[in-house]
Write a protein that binds this ligand. Structure first.
Ligand code: ADP
Ligand code: MG
Length: 263
């Protein structure tokens, strides 16, 4: 196939009459507090297969907390999260099993400094998925090759630029062939000249049909790549819709205020 197991199915692609695909993620009524402070306040979010959803909103609006809740890194106080129709927020669910189906990339790349690029990428497939070293390395090299990092397989992270490190972090998140990829401001820590190579990689993943939720401050990129933009304010989705609607013609005063401040 053309892609690293992230390609769209035979019926995918935005044909003229194509509706959204099946739901990959559905969050209902998510509520999360930190020490009495309400951070997610009855938040709803639905993501269809092959969709890219951009989360925008001021710092502190709850974007990272939402992504961390979806990846079961935070406990909810209320609400439900479904992945492919299965309630992953239910008691008794094994979070490690769920995380194998979700890839997550953070602002700080979080590569293991004492491991080579190849070992960073193959660690989870070998430890968690019990794949053989040969199998894991074959797939890792294939993924690295696709993003132009094959020559860096044996390098250590400190020999790589920030942009290269972040691309390795994305490759690592893809190594498990996740159903859903969560990207939390993955370009925010990069020097401006390194942002483009990471955005290009995300663009390519979209073209291959990867379902993604990304928190971003890059409004131009959100406008270009997102099928749906969600504006978060105080832990709620205040406004959501296609980028041209939310970013160019917002209806909610809070959205207008936010966009006026940052553009
Ligand atoms: P965003 O990603 O949109 O900037 P966050 O989800 O990081 O927002 O944060 C939302 C709110 O939750 C902020 O007020 C933040 O200080 C608070 N918060 C986030 N994580 C924690 C934590 N582990 N402990 C206490 N407060 C937290
Ligand atoms: Mg954040």
């Amino acid at each position: 196939g053309p892609g690293p197991n992230v390609g769209p199915g035979p019926n995918a692609g935005p044909g003229p009459n194509a509706g959204p695909g099946p739901e990959v993620l559905r969050c209902r009524g998510l509520r999360k507090e930190f020490g009495g402070q309400v951070v997610l306040d009855g938040l709803d979010l639905t993501v269809a297969e092959h969709q890219v959803v951009a989360l925008i909103g001021a710092s502190g609006s709850g974007k990272s907390t939402l992504l961390r809740c979806v990846n079961l890194l935070e406990e909810l106080h209320d609400g439900t999260i479904e992945l492919d129709g299965e309630e992953i927020s239910a008691p008794g669910i094994d979070p490690d099993k769920v995380r194998r189906r979700i890839g997550m990339v953070f602002q700080s790349y979080n590569l293991f400094p004492h491991l080579s690029v190849l070992d960073n990428v193959t660690l989870a497939p070998r430890r968690v998925h019990r794949r053989s070293r040969a199998e894991a390395e074959t797939r890792a090299r294939e993924l690295l090759d696709r993003v132009g990092l094959a020559a860096k397989a044996d390098a250590y992270p400190d020999r790589l630029s920030g942009g290269q490190q972040q691309r390795v972090a994305i490759v690592r998140a893809l190594a498990n062939s996740p159903r859903l990829l969560l990207l939390d401001e993955v370009t925010s820590a990069l020097d401006p000249e390194l942002v483009g190579e990471v955005l290009t990689m995300i663009r390519d993943l979209k073209a291959e049909g990867m379902t993604m939720v990304l928190a971003t401050h890059e409004m131009g990129f959100a406008r270009e790549v997102a099928d749906q933009v969600c504006f978060l304010d105080a832990g709620r989705v205040v406004e959501s819709g296609p980028p041209e609607q939310v970013l160019a013609h917002p209806t909610q005063p809070r959205t207008r205020q936010f966009l006026a401040r940052i553009i």
